[in-house]
Ligand binder design. Sequence first.
Ligand code: ZN
Length: 282
Amino acid sequence: MIDETPVLDNHLHLDPDHHRGIDAVRDFARVGGTHLLVVNKPSWHLGVEAETGEDFRAVFERTIEVVEAASSELEGRAWPVLGIHPGLISRLVDDRGFSPDEARDLMQAGIDVAAEYVDAGEALALKSGRPHYEVDDAVWTASNAVMRRAFERASELGCAVQLHAEGSEEMTEVTEWAEDVGLPAHKVVKHYAGGRLEGPIPSVICDKDELETAAERGEPFLMETDYIDDPDRPGAVLGPKTVPRRVQWFLENGHEDAVRNAHVETPALVYGIDTVNTLEQA
Ligand SMILES: [Zn+2]
């Protein structure tokens, strides 16, 4: 461990096939990482071409299995975050002949199934969002409707939602939609965020400049690598040792408050998790 502090990577993916992902967990733990939020990979990366909401179950259950294996490698533990990658809408509409409304219905059904796992205590939070690239108005409207379904379910469950969305420093409209259905803004997290964001809590990608910005801003934030994400964003992927190494760097540079913020206080605020008391007693 690093100076007795928990170290949480708020967003990464583990390959559930052949449990190759466990090597990444061992690398993370070896350099001081203690807790992980593991997000299911996009369904099509696992060869699942869903036609009904039920078809996403295979993706979610494989993620839950790999998270159990990951937890046994950690001094703390891992939790699953389940949902539908917003990029699915383009595959459905452009490649599989769905109308935007049909795609919306399928993706909302998938969110409903993910919510069942949160309700059963098998997953911690939901994942949703909207495309980070340009899409036409109908696809944008349908994507926002999927995201709003995730906010409704999260509000009912009292859980958080991680968003995959366009690069932005101002997303208060989105957190207003969450608040409209009773989900507080602090339960909405934007994954792959920069250090400065109005609206959702930023889950800051581990770039030193962005982390410095978040630390100096002093508002709640989380840290992530987005390890093994979309192959269409090569170079955007950081290795599993990166969050522990950046925590070490923060501590060496007098940012103890930022470490406590991102690894203890904000995880408690957003997810209601206790990263200190889930550490094994040494
Ligand atoms: Zn990701």
